[in-house]
Design a protein around this ligand. Sequence first.
Ligand SMILES: *Cc1c(COP(=O)(O)O)cnc(C)c1O
Length: 378
Amino acid sequence: MTEAVREIPLSRPWLDEREEELVLEVLRSGRLSLGPWIDRFEEQVAERVGAPYAAALSSGTAGLHLLCKIAELGTGDEVITSPLSFVSSANCFILEGATPVFADVDPVTLNLDPAAVEAAITERTRAIVPVDMFGLPCELDELRTIADRNGLALIEDACESLGAEYRGRPLGAHGPSAVFAFYPNKQMATGEGGIVTTHSEDEWQLLRSLRNQGRSYDGGGGWFHHVRVGMNYRWTDIQAAIGLAQLEKLDRILELREAAAARYGELLEDVGGVETPFAGDGDHKRSWFVYVVKLDADLDRAAVMDALRREGVATAEYVPCIHLQPYMQERYRFAAGLCPVAEEVSRRTLALPFFTQIEASDQHRVVEVLSAAVANAA
Ligand SMILES: *Cc1c(COP(=O)(O)O)cnc(C)c1O
């Protein structure tokens, strides 16, 4: 019998006694939803990112969807977004009836190229949904100028980017409403969850009403009094307790992830055929979400990934282009060639195991296995 190889997972949340302790406190309080833990979490996130208000929701997708509802995006409207993202960043306005328009990305930052956004604007354009992909801030100032000049809403998908900074200030502080998410592979994990940070008190109150079946938030009317059509996008105090414990160690989480990324960078320096991700610069401080490398064009990515998996090293294509997803091609007739830069990146990139507590010895093993796989796939 062959010896079992030790698996190195793609991601894993960092949970310890503190999360257990706070969750137990919530359970013992008997108040599982709409309780004080959510308020406390919202206050702390708002303060952390430098926004006056924050509303927690059941997921990042829920937050993006409510912002699209509040912007009144609907049938006949076009919304410009990135093809190199998770499907939520387009689905959030498709759910409201608006049409996706994909602008290409910059080959280095992998974020929306402002010139491509500008070129995609038509008379029907109503909004831009930029994504801070893989934890790297998008070109917020340029996109904001374009949005302001054309009277467009700007909804920032920062779901992968809690802790990132643009031009010296955290994402969330800059003005546009931003959405962060807490699925277990994100920097901060609560199981499920998301939060919208906003600089508008009216928008904040609307978010609180819309997430809770359209109930009013001025306290009037009681539980069965509904002032608008809303959803059940409520979060729970159990998740908020996990979130509060995660917030306590967020600085450490970000530090450890940055150190792990730097270690991969050093280890991969001399590995031919593998390009490491852009680490950021003075204007863009990355919050490390995943570690995605790009293989040389002549390498067989599928063979490299198979070789990694055979050795117990988890990997994934990161990420397929949204416009080439089956439902997108069917519904809108999008085809390959629409966004050549994004398509080329997404054909050649793969994610390596990356999480807060990844051990240096495991990173060494990942890189050893990867270099051997790349040498064989050449
Ligand atoms: C994680 C993520 C979301 C939100 O995901 P949920 O699972 O709904 O919390 C949205 N956009 C991007 C780019 C993401 O990575």
